[in-house]
Write a protein that binds this ligand. Structure first.
Ligand code: T5A
Length: 224
């Protein structure tokens, strides 16, 4: 970030953990400090990805588990090629709401798809792109689902998969910040766990601490 090279920062976590809220807050900080950046999300972020997102989240869709994994990856491949790589080449900061850790949590741990095969397919989808940093927001499953339920729209297809499924997802997310798990999964880059309980402002301070530890020149500046 300090030398003008683009960086990819990913926000991950279970349903309703507050990722999107914190991403918007980091975006506001970067905007105040006139740091060129783009905000993207998965699935989505391109016309093709938006169409895939609609199919994946529509409760009326019948999607087999392997098809589901491949649809998330199709959206991802399009996003990497059309938006993320060009932004990084311009030197922008890319703030990304979910990336392939979500596939590891939802499709591998949640649905029980074979890890080696999904990792290989994902490598193909990303072309080997590794995030500079992933902020993993940890939040109790039931409270996250309750937050999601309070939104104006009904639970989407993924949210509707039930508490047992979401507990498997949360248990997987819980392991991703471990040093040993990260050593075994170098394609994920560094992952920092953020306690997402408490008021938004408190979570924002924890996010800022993690970001300024990595990029003090951008995030530790005072007065803005
Ligand atoms: N998926 C995705 C896969 O299965 N595999 C994959 O590979 C990928 C990429 C995406 C779905 O797809 C799945 C995961 C998901 O199920 P989505 O709509 O993008 O669907 O869902 P989420 O990413 O889960 O988005 P959410 O909006 O549900 O969750 P967020 O982003 O964690 O939460 P946020 O910030 O929108 O906040 C939710 C509510 O809580 C409030 C906010 O104001 C908002 O109302 N809130 C707080 N309230 C109190 N205190 C705080 N600290 C708060 N922070 C936020």
């Amino acid at each position: 970030m300090s030398d003008g090279a683009g960086v990819l920062i990913v926000f991950e976590g279970g349903e309703g953990s507050g990722k999107s809220t914190q991403l918007r807050r980091v975006s506001a900080t970067l905007a105040r400090r006139t740091v060129a950046h783009v905000c993207l999300r998965e699935p989505g972020g391109t016309p093709l990805g938006t169409e895939v997102r609609r199919m994946l989240l529509d409760r009326a869709s019948d999607v087999a588990h392997r098809a589901e994994a491949l649809l998330f990856m199709a959206s991802r491949a399009q996003l990497v090629e059309r938006e993320i790589r060009p932004a990084l080449d311009r030197g922008d900061v890319v703030l990304l709401d979910r990336f392939f850790l979500s596939t590891y949590a939802y499709q591998i741990a949640g649905h029980g798809l074979p890890e080696d095969e999904v990792r290989a397919a994902n490598r193909f989808a990303t072309g080997g792109l590794v995030p500079e940093l992933t902020l993993l927001l940890t939040f109790p499953v039931t409270e996250g689902l309750a937050r999601a339920a309070r939104r104006a729209t009904a639970h989407d297809r993924m949210e509707s998969m039930g508490e047992v499924f979401h507990r498997r997802v949360a248990a997987a997310f819980d392991t991703f910040a471990d040093a040993s798990w990260q050593r075994d999964h170098p394609e994920c880059g560094p992952i920092v766990g953020i306690d997402a309980e408490g008021p938004e402002e408190d979570v924002t301070k924890r996010v800022a601490t993690a970001l300024s530890a990595r990029w003090p020149g951008t995030f530790l500046r005072t007065g803005s």
